[in-house]
Design a protein around this ligand. Structure first.
Ligand SMILES: [Cu+2]
Length: 165
């Protein structure tokens, strides 16, 4: 959620909606909390990784994806994501730049190093063993972020996370 103040008018943006507050900045802040359900509350989402379970090809804005559910996850800034391995061999969720799935994301061994945030460029859940889950990764900024499995990218194991303000 963000508050913009111009010419004495306070406009807020909250979970996909704009609103206007004509009161003072201090009162506006209090009003926004009431007007924006869930403001300041971070939600945690789980993405399941399994080439065995999710064989149906999902057409995303970035290209085709398999092995990830949901293939497109929509969250908000401040929310957290956990990747759970529901498969029989190890997977990762590793970030890449760009808006479409390239043929080769040019990952190196460092691309499997676990990070604490999801964002532009390189981030990763780290290697997740079958049945295990990654630590929580938090979304610090808005944007559309692509990722794939370090081991199974060429098999189409890919996903999209859309982080809204
Ligand atoms: Cu994999």
């Amino acid at each position: 959620m963000r508050i913009f103040t111009a010419e004495g008018v306070n406009v807020f943006y909250c979970r996909g909606r704009f609103g206007v507050l004509a009161s003072s900045a201090a009162a506006a802040a209090a009003a926004v909390v009431l007007a924006c359900p869930g403001a300041g509350r971070a939600d945690t989402f789980t993405v399941s990784l399994s080439l065995t379970r999710y064989t149906a090809v999902v057409h995303t804005s970035a290209g085709d994806a398999v092995g990830v559910s949901p293939a497109v996850l929509r969250i908000h800034v401040g929310d957290h994501v956990i990747f759970k391995n529901d498969d029989t061999h190890a997977h990762t969720a590793t970030g890449m730049s760009g808006a479409t799935f390239v043929d080769d994301p040019m990952w190196t061994d460092a691309s499997t190093r676990p990070s604490t945030t999801i964002g532009a460029g390189q981030w990763s859940s780290g290697e997740i063993r079958p049945g295990a889950s990654s630590p929580e990764l938090s979304a610090k900024g808005a944007g559309t972020f692509l990722y794939g499995c370090f081991f199974d990218y060429s098999a189409g194991m890919r996903g999209v996370i859309i982080v809204e303000p």
